[in-house]
Design a protein around this ligand. Structure first.
Ligand SMILES: *Cc1c(COP(=O)(O)O)cnc(C)c1O
Length: 408
């Protein structure tokens, strides 16, 4: 008899965005003529930039010729991309990595979800709250998170990030094995300072803990003092894995490409006390379960580092950040408490008058025909907030702000 993995049954049935879609559809059925503007889902809308499109066309042409065709590539990614990553994303920040410490993948969601396979099922995990749901759910699936009680998993330490603590998570007062950090943050759009990040690296060094650092929004940072990589902190290579994605940076949500940094210095303990390099384990894991990102996607990613590619991706990011600035300004003028949106494409809005996230979501939908994401969907400390994304078109963003102005 085949028995299923019971841990999957512990995961709540409904995914946040499916719930939102259901409510939006119910609204549309009763209001067939309403034109709904979505500031909800975190997907990009700008097309791929010309430099990327050209590189992809060229790669397709290579695939079409017997002499230049490519089959399976290296599981870790092509050397041309791993070298471009080291040279462009890290060297200018004074971070020296070897291409063998870079693992190209089909995106950061798979890698942030899969990385937990490298550690034992009984390690303790700690997350900032609210949070990108993948970190917790991937741990639930293998039984590391415990049981769900009142919206919290029993074996997970939640570090509240709210306006009250200025969205700075407090370092736990006991030891945990694994810490997930995501900066700039999805969903709050807030960032971490070098001093705060240094505290985490010290904590991990002192407690022999691992940090899984999601830097998917690194390219949106405007403030020169905010770290783009955890490896800007001394000692971080000994404790941290870092995840990157071209999805938000270069509009690759449909192309699929990202990478994960696993430094050679990064080790964790085996039961007999010996130290094991995670680079070797991740390499083994990827070679067994992953056959590489497509050649075409990797050429596309490489093109983001050419002078044209850089300039064009920067323009797309500027476009979204102009939306974010406009939203911040409008919402602040309306007397709302607004966070994020300065170094990230997300605005985190405090729901006025102590109303719940879902209630405010519904009122915004029915009164302004604008869709947001209820903060509580990202964790218990997200209650009382909603997330708005800057990923829409300038027109839809300005239409949404007009409607909110009229409504509020
Ligand atoms: C969008 C996003 C990613 C990127 O996922 P991909 O699989 O690369 O598209 C990773 N982490 C966070 C927090 C995100 O919001």
């Amino acid at each position: 008899m085949a028995l299923i993995n019971e841990h999957f049954l512990k995961l709540p049935d409904n995914y946040l965005f499916a719930d939102i879609a259901k409510k939006v559809n119910a609204f549309k059925v009763s209001h067939p003529n309403a034109d709904v503007v979505s500031l909800g889902i975190g997907d990009v809308t700008r097309p791929l930039c010309p430099a990327v499109v050209e590189a992809m066309h060229k790669a397709v042409d290579e695939m079409a010729g017997a002499g230049t065709f490519r089959g399976y590539g290296p599981e870790q990614g092509y050397a041309f991309l791993r070298e471009a990553i080291v040279k462009n994303d890290f060297l200018p920040r004074g971070i020296h990595l070897d291409p063998s410490e870079i693992f190209v993948s089909d995106g950061a969601k798979s890698d942030t979800g899969n990385i937990q396979e490298l550690v034992r099922w009984d390690n303790s995990i700690c997350v900032t709250d609210p949070i990108y749901p993948v970190y917790i759910d991937s741990n639930v699936m293998i039984g590391r998170a415990g049981e769900l009680r009142d919206g919290r998993w029993s074996n997970v330490t939640y570090l509240a990030c709210t306006a009250e603590n200025n969205f700075v998570p407090q370092i736990p007062d006991r030891r945990v094995d694994i810490v997930y950090l995501c900066y700039p943050n999805n969903p709050t759009g807030t960032v971490i300072s070098k001093d705060e990040l240094r505290k985490w690296v010290s904590y991990a060094l002192k407690n022999d803990a691992l940090i899984f650092y999601d830097a998917a929004y690194e390219a949106f940072i405007r403030d020169p003092d905010i770290p783009h990589s955890i490896y800007e902190i001394k000692g971080a290579k000994k404790v941290a894995v870092e995840f990157h994605s071209y999805s938000k940076t270069a509009g690759f949500t449909g192309v699929r490409c990202g990478y994960t940094v696993v430094p050679k210095e990064l080790t964790a303990s085996a039961l007999d006390g010996s130290r094991v390099a995670l680079n070797k384990l991740w390499n083994r894991r990827q070679c067994t379960k992953f056959n590489g990102a497509s050649y075409i996607s990797q050429r596309a990613a490489e093109a983001t580092y050419t002078p044209e590619g850089r300039e064009q991706t920067r323009q797309a990011i500027d476009y979204y950040m102009a939306n974010a600035a406009f939203m911040r300004r409008t919402l602040s003028e309306l007397g709302l408490e607004v966070f994020g949106g300065e170094n990230a494409p997300y605005i985190w809005l405090r729901v006025p008058d102590g109303e719940s996230s879902w209630r405010f979501f519904e009122r915004m939908l029915y009164n302004a025909h604008v869709v947001c994401t209820p903060g509580v969907g990202f964790g218990p400390s997200g209650e009382g907030y909603v997330r708005l994304t800057a990923f829409g078109s300038g027109e839809s963003c300005s239409e949404a702000m007009d409607r909110l102005r009229k409504w509020l």
